[in-house]
Design a protein around this ligand. Structure first.
Ligand code: ADP
Length: 539
């Protein structure tokens, strides 16, 4: 067989050749803009030619600091197209982390959305190696800025070459992209994706048993493009010739609902917080979201209540998936097997609320206290992974040796595996509550609480305990206008859990602290609760 390399530019080239009429639709501040893949192809080539003129060479890193829109998509292809490395920077990181990752990645050029300029200006004196700043703006002129030298994205493109050829003789193992994970402690850790891993991962998104993304889809990645490449969806949707809808800057649940209705979106992908918000918008407003054929949910556990609401109220299949920055991210997708069709809706919901079956091409093992766990849905162990789109190391980082051992990625996720091979994440190794030599899954308790009709969000954390080592405390945020007492919540939990699993206390909060990507900030909550109960114990 031939040894033709799998490169990122071949994805865009296919869209240019076979789907030149299909569109990328972006909601920008001034309204919705539409480009065909032909236009996106030409604009991408213009950008690639100008990056090269600015001195970006093979292997150089180029950072993006942007929302989901067509210009960001052009950067997705232009940067790897000249052999450089696309470094998507999380716009929600602290200034200190932003400066750290720009320097750690050694970004040569930054592409920045105009409304996000202040965050980069704030660190301008700490990032001396950046040689050029390109501002992505709809305005004709550059905004006032202290950054230098600065370029206007559209003016740069106007000078570019629309027929610029992408680099051909690329090794598929060459770096194409990088993304930093927001470590819970310490500095973020960088993961480098290769051309090959990006292409194989995109291909996997097209399989019927994963997301089944295809040409007929109108795909809207809501998960940010700075967050594991929006789960690879922009690459895959372009390659497959799907219509791509980009929600643009600072969107709200109402904006998403409107886009789904007007653009007849068929597939959306995002974290549970997005779906909670969208459900609330759908309850209040009258939106037609009947075009949706599936909602893809990952990043943290999908509460059963949310799955049920989408399916029962709106008739939209809800698909639960799992992954992480280190895994590109697709690893698990939860779709019951054909011979499980005869199960009741509730039984199938139990399966679908798990994170699912291993995507093909990957290998897994689950290691518990005493070696590999039994596939009984009960024994807990850490999920370890191998495969062509699983990282082998962190970029120039000492912490590689903690996570990557014996040829496996140790995910830090505690899971059970049932008899059919469905994996259920029961916790993070650091969040699981270690009570009297047994493990209590904080996630199970949270899901149970969030299934109560008055509960909007719930987070369960461990507090130190003199006798049991750790005990669970539940923090609950109620839905607007709803009320429930602590006792009522205990009555609700009691039939579902062993007595020793029940939280020692249930605390009502106005909100749960969140990370930059909308996940519960358990560390903060744990510290707060530890202080609270230490005080209580002292009194
Ligand atoms: P991502 O960017 O995909 O959210 P991160 O690297 O920020 O990835 O975080 C990955 C972690 O998120 C996983 O290790 C796991 O703990 C958690 N996670 C991802 N998907 C799920 C899911 N479907 N259910 C529960 N936890 C999840």
């Amino acid at each position: 067989m031939m040894k033709t390399p799998l490169t990122i530019s071949m994805m865009l080239e296919r869209a240019e050749i076979f789907f030149p009429k299909k569109q990328v639709i972006s909601r920008m501040k001034g309204g919705v803009v539409r480009h065909t893949y032909k236009e996106i192809g030409e604009r991408t080539r213009r950008l690639a030619s100008m990056l090269k003129q600015l001195g970006v060479g093979v292997g150089d890193r180029v950072g993006t600091f942007a929302w989901n829109h067509h210009r960001h998509l052009e950067a997705y292809f232009a940067i790897p197209g000249i052999g450089a490395v696309l470094h998507t920077i999380n716009i929600r990181l602290s200034p200190q982390h932003i400066a750290y990752i720009i320097n750690h990645a050694d970004d040569r050029v930054l592409l920045i959305d105009d409304d996000l300029l202040p965050a980069i200006e704030a660190v301008k004196d700490e990032i001396p190696n950046v040689r050029a700043f390109i501002i992505m703006t709809d305005a004709d002129e550059l905004p006032e800025t202290a950054l230098a030298p600065v370029y206007h994205y559209e003016k740069l493109l106007a000078d570019g070459d629309p027929a610029f050829p992408f680099l051909k003789d690329l090794d598929e193992y060459q770096p194409a992209g990088m993304c930093y994970t927001s470590a819970t402690t310490g500095q973020p850790k960088g993961v480098v994706y290769t051309h090959r891993s990006t292409v194989l991962h995109a291909m996997a998104l097209g399989l019927a048993d994963t997301l089944g993304l295809c040409e007929r889809d109108v795909a809207m990645p809501i998960v940010p493009m700075f967050h594991v490449n929006a789960w690879g969806m922009p690459f895959a949707a372009t390659w497959f010739g799907s219509t791509t809808v980009m929600p643009g800057p600072a969107f709200t649940p109402n904006v998403l609902a409107e886009l789904i209705e007007t653009e007849r979106v068929t597939i959306v992908a995002g974290v549970p917080t997005i779906w909670l918000g969208l459900l609330q918008a759908l309850e209040k407003g009258r939106y037609d979201v009947s075009s949706l054929t599936r909602v893809i949910c990952g990043g943290s556990a999908a509460p059963k209540g949310v799955i049920r609401a989408f399916e029962e109220k709106y008739g939209i299949p809800f698909i639960h998936a799992y992954g992480m920055t280190e895994t590109s991210p697709l690893v698990l997708v939860s779709r019951p097997k054909s011979y499980q069709d005869g199960l009741s809706y509730e039984e199938k919901l139990d399966i679908r609320a798990k994170q699912g079956l291993l995507a093909l091409g990957l290998e897994m093992k689950v290691i518990g206290q005493n070696g590999p766990v039994r596939w009984d849905g009960k024994e807990m162990g850490e999920l370890c992974l191998r495969g062509p789109w699983i990282a082998a190391e962190y970029y120039n980082d000492e912490r590689t040796k903690e996570t990557f051992r014996d040829g496996w990625l140790h995910t830090g996720d505690v899971v059970t595996v049932d008899e059919e091979g469905f994996v259920k994440i029961v916790d993070r190794t650091k969040d699981v509550i270690k009570s009297g030599g047994e493990w209590i899954s904080s996630v199970d308790l949270e899901n149970a609480l969030m299934a109560h009709e008055a509960v909007f969000e719930a987070a369960v954390v461990a507090v130190p305990h003199p006798k049991w080592q750790e005990r669970p405390i539940a923090c609950v945020v109620l839905k607007e206008g709803k009320s429930v007492t602590k006792e009522e919540l205990y009555d609700f939990l009691r039939p579902q859990f062993a007595k020793w699993w029940l939280p020692d206390d249930i605390v009502f909060l106005d909100e749960i602290p969140k990370t930059s990507v909308g996940k519960f900030l358990k560390r903060k909550l744990r510290d707060e609760m530890a202080a609270r109960y230490a005080d209580a114990a002292a009194e």
